[in-house]
Design a protein around this ligand. Structure first.
Ligand code: BES
Ligand code: MN
Ligand code: ZN
Length: 487
């Protein structure tokens, strides 16, 4: 969808969108008495999340969409709901253009630009394989023009939020694609194509290179798959030359059958999005590079497919990780931590970051704990935890901090190796995080974000329709903007 900013309402066919703050109808004064009755009939009270329609008799039947902001709503809080609501109502309505008039509502530039962001994000769909969509089901809305915003709003949109939307859309695309289309090598290819020309350096390690480095934990997961595992490294050098980069690491299990510890059939198809952490890292890199962030950032994706096979690893196998730890693989379905531990080791050995943040759809237990409202955050550093919490609130990708501790760590001691890959049933997300913690070097600030409940949604929000949410990309972009670029 195309976004435009204009100083006056353009001529030509469009639906007109007027926001109102609760009972304050000042913005509607010009539309006559019929409108009042129409709003009343629709039980519209200007409440946040409310919307009503009216067709103007004297203007070719032009559609007027009135969107509620809530009484005394601050533009900063109302902006994204407004953008999302416009698209929810108009995307497949038959209207091809919408004009939003913010005159007199006190929107600052950032809030006005975030209306555009939410509208753009909410309009994203994955229709690639829907060849039989009826005309009426297809999106019609091609442009949104925002009128009455401060002059700086357009620059804010172009410089900050349009690149972010492109990044989030890449995350969603990677997450939504089925696993016969997106597997480790095609994930890399899709990223390369999507980020071409942005100035990101790509490096890819295949199975041979990873074997030479001793990445036995990651490769153990991959050995039941005919697909080649990949370690994708994306470097954005927008900060001081030679400055220590921050490092993002994503779990990229392009399909998780569970391996020999195979998952039940019901719902297994959802494990195509078990690469949501890697997808978030890729989308964040695209956003950060797209807006030429003044930061050095390295994004790493551990990409494998977890399949059962004659060559698959067995429960009870012992593998050796890149940093020399032996791991008893009790359950081949606890594969994400096996992928991440070697990716984290590689990152620390090669990038030498002071701060490392990993994202993973790691445990079903995380979904049990937090549902689909927040991602779980585990951190070895209170400052980093506070910064991520703030980035979560500012971006809408919300996080809730979870504990780490020695008593949990003991639960993954193995009788036969240094560590086992699962603990008891209880505290399953925490023991998964403790597993990763054993691979973090002394002095490295680290956070692990378990986004199992967040990568996919069965219901729409202001910024996404049902399906892939893009969770994590915006969070990381916000963290870079608020913390890394300010440092
Ligand atoms: N990818 C899953 C976790 C998951 C489950 C993500 C549901 C999203 C929704 C992960 O690889 C997994 O299978 N974890 C196991 C760990 C267990 C075997 C210790 C789980 O959570 O059941
Ligand atoms: Mn699994
Ligand atoms: Zn998994």
């Amino acid at each position: 969808m195309q976004i435009r900013f204009a100083s006056t309402r353009p001529a030509g066919d469009h639906a007109l969108v007027i926001p109102v703050a609760g009972p304050d109808r000042a913005a509607l004064g010009a539309f006559g008495a019929g409108l009042d009755a129409a709003l009343r009939r629709q039980r519209f009270e200007g409440e946040a999340g409310g919307a009503a329609e009216h067709f103007l008799a004297d203007d070719n039947g032009r559609r007027l969409l009135v969107v509620g902001l809530g009484a005394n709503a601050k533009p900063a809080d109302a902006a994204e709901k407004l953008g999302g609501k416009i698209v929810e109502r108009l995307l497949t309505s038959g209207e091809t253009n919408a004009v939003l008039d913010l005159t007199g509502l006190g929107f600052d530039a950032d809030s006005a630009a975030r209306v555009a962001l939410a509208a753009t994000l909410r309009s994203w769909r994955h229709d690639r394989y829907r060849t039989k969509l009826k005309e009426k089901q297809k999106p019609t809305l091609g442009s949104l023009t925002i009128v009455g915003a401060p002059a700086e709003a357009e620059a804010r949109w172009t410089a900050r939020y349009a690149p972010l939307a492109a990044g989030v859309e890449l995350t969603r695309e990677l997450v939504a694609e089925p696993a016969n289309i997106i597997y480790p090598e095609s994930f890399v290819a899709r990223c390369r194509a999507s980020m071409e020309g942005l100035g990101i350096e790509f490096d890819v390690l295949g199975e041979k290179e990873m074997a030479d480095l001793g990445m036995g934990a990651l490769l153990g997961v991959s050995q039941g798959s005919v697909r080649d595992a990949q370690l994708l490294v994306m470097r954005w050098n927008g900060g001081e030359p030679g400055g220590t980069p921050v490092c993002f690491v994503g779990k990229g299990v392009t399909f998780d059958t569970g391996g020999i510890s195979i998952k039940p059939a019901a719902g297994m198809e959802s494990m195509k999005w078990d690469m949501g952490g890697a997808g978030a890292v890729a989308g964040a890199m695209k956003a950060i590079a797209g807006r030429k962030a003044k930061a050095n950032v390295v994004g790493i994706c551990g990409l494998v497919e977890n399949m059962p096979d004659g060559n698959a690893q067995r429960p009870g196998d012992v593998v050796t990780s890149m940093n020399g730890q032996t791991i008893e693989v009790i359950n081949t379905d606890a594969e994400g931590r096996l992928v991440l531990c070697d990716a984290l080791t590689w990152a620390q050995a090669n990038v030498k970051p002071a701060t490392i943040i990993d994202l993973a759809t790691l445990t079903g237990a995380m979904v049990v704990a937090l549902g689909h409202e927040m991602g779980g955050m585990f951190a070895n550093d209170d400052t980093l935890a506070g910064q991520l919490d703030a980035a979560g609130k500012a971006s809408g990708d919300k996080l809730w901090r979870m504990p780490l501790g020695e008593a949990y760590d003991r639960l993954i001691d193995s009788p036969i190796a240094d560590i086992k890959n699962v603990g008891p049933r209880e505290a399953g997300s925490i023991t998964a995080a403790q597993f990763l913690a054993r691979f973090i070097d002394e002095g490295v600030r680290w956070a692990h974000l378990d986004i199992a409940g967040m990568a996919w949604s069965d219901k729409a929000s202001s910024t996404y329709d049902k399906g892939a949410t893009g969770f994590g990309a915006r969070l990381l972009d916000q963290y870079v903007s608020d913390v890394v670029e300010k440092a």
